[in-house]
Design a protein around this ligand. Structure first.
Ligand code: PPE
Length: 316
């Protein structure tokens, strides 16, 4: 992986290679951590973090769902992250905040182990590759079902829960596909191993809803907003497996992946990225890079803009 100079660890900026933890860290043993994936993009007004407050808000909710008390407020974490990006001299980056139960106690009710918090910011290219983003990827429906709300909490972005995603992704890769799409416990489409999913048929978009074991994706929410603003109809509903194969267009959304078209699923051809996918992808890209005035409020600029240069006063 590409590295950066500094990592923020429990309130301090430490050298990348010194950001360490004890081998008896609770989270290493039981997956007791909650995290986020956030991106910062280069814009005309310097680096800007996309939907920063929404990501940190989700981190706080994931923590609460697992009864973690976060020792820092979301405002403190946001300020630390902006400072980290400045100190690392990054124009654009992937940001990984993580809060985990640390060293001090093992066992399943380890209240003596502290909640440690780190934020890392480092360069990371688009997750499924630039080629995939342009021409689409090949996906397969996983033999693994998505974790259900009966046993874990799909709404939480929790470390241990990703063993499910890792099984699905590994199975897909070993079979020669780039990504796995998981069904929920009832056999409805849920999501990709690290992305939400959209299908387009007869000009209408559909994406699984909150009861389909999805992570409430921030890119998904952005795409729902953008699609609506562009005049497309978007449905949140149960989606049958066959609808993936019968769709005119299918795409995945996530912070690491951004918007990735799917050109083939289980050897059923979907084809090159369709028009709706391309239009929404272009608009999302404008929003991420500060080129869409209507979505400037989604950006948290790393350098506070001068009064005369506030987003609302900038013309396109
Ligand atoms: N579902 C899952 C399971 C998921 O992990 C992500 C993000 C999403 C949906 C999309 O959510 P959002 O990023 O808010 O649009 N996956 C993160 C981690 C991926 C990884 O490989 O690590 C990410 O994209 O940062």
């Amino acid at each position: 992986m590409e590295t950066a100079e500094l990592i923020w660890q429990n309130g301090e900026f430490v050298a990348w290679e010194d950001a360490k933890t004890h081998v008896l860290t609770h989270g290493l043993h039981y997956g007791t951590g909650v995290f986020e994936g956030v991106r910062c993009y280069e814009t005309e007004r310097g680096p800007a973090v996309f939907r920063h407050a929404d990501h940190l808000d989700r981190l706080a909710k994931s923590a609460e769902l697992y009864y973690f008390e976060l020792p820092y407020s979301t405002e403190e974490l946001a300020a630390a992250t902006r400072e980290l990006i400045r100190r690392n001299g990054l124009a654009s980056c992937y940001i990984r905040p993580l809060a985990y139960r640390g060293y001090g106690d093992l066992g399943l009710y380890a209240t003596d182990a502290p909640i440690d918090v780190i934020v890392a910011a480092f360069p990371w290219g688009v997750y499924l590759g630039e080629e995939g983003q342009k021409h689409g990827i090949r996906a397969t429906v996983s033999s693994w079902r998505a974790i259900s709300g009966d046993s874990l909490i799909p709404h939480a972005k929790a470390a241990g829960q990703y063993l499910n995603s890792i099984l699905a992704k590994t199975e897909a890769q070993k079979a020669g596909y780039e990504e796995a799409i998981l069904l929920d416990q009832h056999g409805h489409v849920s999501e990709g191993s690290g992305e939400n999913v959209f299908v387009v048929r007869d000009g209408v978009l559909a994406t699984p809803g909150h009861s389909n074991a999805i992570l409430d994706g921030i890119t998904r929410a952005s795409v729902v907003q953008i699609a609506g603003d562009l005049g497309y109809k978007v449905e949140e509903r149960n989606i049958a497996r066959a609808e993936l194969y019968l769709a005119d267009e299918v795409f995945l959304t996530g912070t690491a992946a951004e918007l990735v078209p799917v050109r083939e699923i289980d050897d059923h051809a979907i084809g090159e990225p369709g028009e709706i996918t391309r239009v929404i992808q272009a608009k999302l890209d404008d929003a991420l890079h500060g080129r869409a005035e209507e979505y400037l409020e989604w950006l948290d600029f790393v350098e506070a803009p001068a009064e005369a240069d506030r987003p609302s006063k900038v013309s396109s």
